[in-house]
Design a protein around this ligand. Structure first.
Ligand SMILES: Cc1cc2nc3c(=O)[nH]c(=O)nc-3n(C[C@H](O)[C@H](O)[C@H](O)COP(=O)(O)OP(=O)(O)OC[C@H]3O[C@@H](n4cnc5c(N)ncnc54)[C@H](O)[C@@H]3O)c2cc1C
Length: 455
């Protein structure tokens, strides 16, 4: 769908050639949030070369988080043209929404441009390539009978089935499993969630917090089975490691996603997760002119180190600094956005800032049982182990001994939408803030009044 107003896409070696100079042509691979934001940022920043956008789903970019949270209430995709005003058709010269890249050849001695081969056999050449291919849901071998929820098409298929009385077995009590469990149970489906770990979201949030989340399932109308891996998936349900069978009309595999980078294996360095490691601007190490962002990348953060993709906010915010770097513009000086995940599940709101580590100590702020209503706000503060000092800065800036100061790696806010801004600011100002822990766990001290300790 080339736009008539723009020059034809580059299908021959780009005139400027050298990938280290400002590119005269860019191919963005992946028409999701990160890809759409990249083409928008490149245009806003004044690229005057040809832009190509390759997609795989055959539809314009849309937002994924509503697919689970609003499965039944928002039947049409949340198009980015409506939500963010990004009309990719007007921004790029060559738009191919159903012609994914299948091969990438970096420049070599004879050809100074990248060559991207698409499924239809076309070869698109460009000075720079941005990989924004996102992730693909994991569906273990033998689980062909299970559905997944990753695309608008997956959501449409699941929406068709969810109805009162439907027996739905969800494998995995992660972010998406929990969100769908609440939505489907709310619609009268008979929902069982089977989780191999000892608690929901154990890998992401640790067992202490996970144990509190487990309490949310029964009141929301969903059964939760933990500590039992699924060993077999069939059209009539799932079999668990102890031999029990959970009968189901629909099985949803919600066991995670992996970067959609299999086609890059051997061409681009990939980490153990299958993601493309990049520097803080999104540049792929040792391949000038190649960039990666969003769910398919692991991006260096100046303070936090490598941050794996998988956060909507990274796909939203990282394209701008990457586009600046592609165009050789100075960074705008804004601090990098902290890792941030949000979720609405089983009647609760979650916001996670930072990167919890399994070795962190978890201290709770507020009452995770929710008090009398079961819905009170609380938070979990993830602090680095063995990192305690006994000085802190007082309001007038002087240092005072006697209270424990701990380095905070992450904060999970539960049912506290009004605190999101203050915690975001905390992590933006100092990505690994040091806090007087006594204040941080005291819910009567507002987040915005917490005084970071002096360095
Ligand atoms: C149901 C659901 C709910 C979610 N909820 C939340 C949430 O609440 N909070 C949160 O922080 N995150 C959430 N996420 C994750 C969030 O949506 C992602 O982090 C975000 O979409 C990443 O954007 P992206 O552009 O990197 O990847 P994607 O959105 O996955 O887009 C990548 C696109 O590239 C395409 N593609 C893949 N391979 C190729 C190829 N070879 N050639 C061309 N195109 C290709 C894909 O088909 C896809 O359209 C959710 C994800 C899902 C699936």
């Amino acid at each position: 769908m080339p736009s008539p107003a723009r020059p034809a896409p580059s299908t021959s070696p780009a005139p400027r050639g050298a990938a280290t100079s400002v590119p005269s042509s860019v191919v963005v691979v992946g028409a999701g949030l990160a890809g759409a934001r990249t083409v928008a940022a490149l245009r806003e920043l004044g690229i005057d070369g040809a832009l190509t956008l390759l997609g795989a789903e055959g539809v314009p970019p849309y937002d994924r988080p509503p697919l689970s949270k609003e499965l039944l209430t928002r039947p049409a995709p949340a198009w980015l043209s409506d939500d963010l005003g990004i009309d990719v058709g007007a921004l790029v010269d060559d738009l191919r929404l159903a012609d994914p890249a299948v091969r990438l050849a970096p420049p070599d001695g004879g050809d100074r441009a990248f060559a991207v081969t698409t499924r239809s056999g076309d070869v698109v050449r460009a000075d720079a390539v941005v990989l924004a291919v996102g992730a693909a849901p994991v569906r273990p071998l033998g689980w062909e009978a299970a559905s997944v929820l990753h695309t608008a098409a997956d959501a449409a298929a699941l929406r068709e089935r969810v109805a009162p009385g439907l027996r739905l077995a969800i494998v995995g009590a992660g972010w998406i499993g929990a969100e769908i469990a609440g939505v489907a149970a709310g619609a009268g489906a008979d929902v069982t969630v089977v989780e191999a770990g000892s608690t929901p979201l154990e890998r992401q949030l640790g067992p202490t917090v996970g144990a509190h989340l487990a309490r949310w399932y029964a009141p929301a109308g969903a059964r939760l089975v933990t500590g039992l891996p699924v060993v077999e998936v069939g059209p009539d349900g799932v079999r668990l490691a102890d031999g029990a069978h959970v009968a189901a009309d629909v099985v949803l595999a919600a066991v995670g996603a992996r970067p959609a980078t299999a086609w890059l294996d051997g061409v681009v360095p990939l980490d153990a997760r299958g993601a493309v490691p990049v520097d803080a601007t999104g540049a792929v190490h040792d391949v000038p002119g190649l960039w990666a962002l969003g769910d398919c990348a692991t991006r260096d953060h100046p303070v936090l180190g490598p941050v794996p993709g998988g956060h909507w906010s990274a796909a939203l915010h990282d394209p701008e600094p990457t586009a600046r770097a592609i165009l050789g513009l100075d960074p705008d000086g804004a601090p990098p956005h902290p890792p941030y995940v949000f979720s609405q599940q089983l009647g609760h709101d979650l916001a996670l800032f930072g990167n919890p580590s399994p070795t962190d100590e978890v201290v709770l702020r507020g009452d995770p049982t929710g008090g009398a209503t079961g819905r009170g706000a609380w938070a979990a503060v993830y602090v680095e182990p063995g990192d305690s000092t006994t000085t802190h800065r007082t309001d007038d800036g002087t240092r005072r001994a006697g209270r424990a100061v701990r380095r905070v790696r992450a904060v999970l806010l539960v049912d506290s939408p009004r605190d999101v801004g203050a915690v975001r600011r905390l992590f933006t100002r100092t990505p690994r803030p040091e806090l007087v822990i006594e204040q941080a766990v005291d819910p009567t001290v507002r987040w915005r009044d917490l005084v970071p300790a002096a360095p």
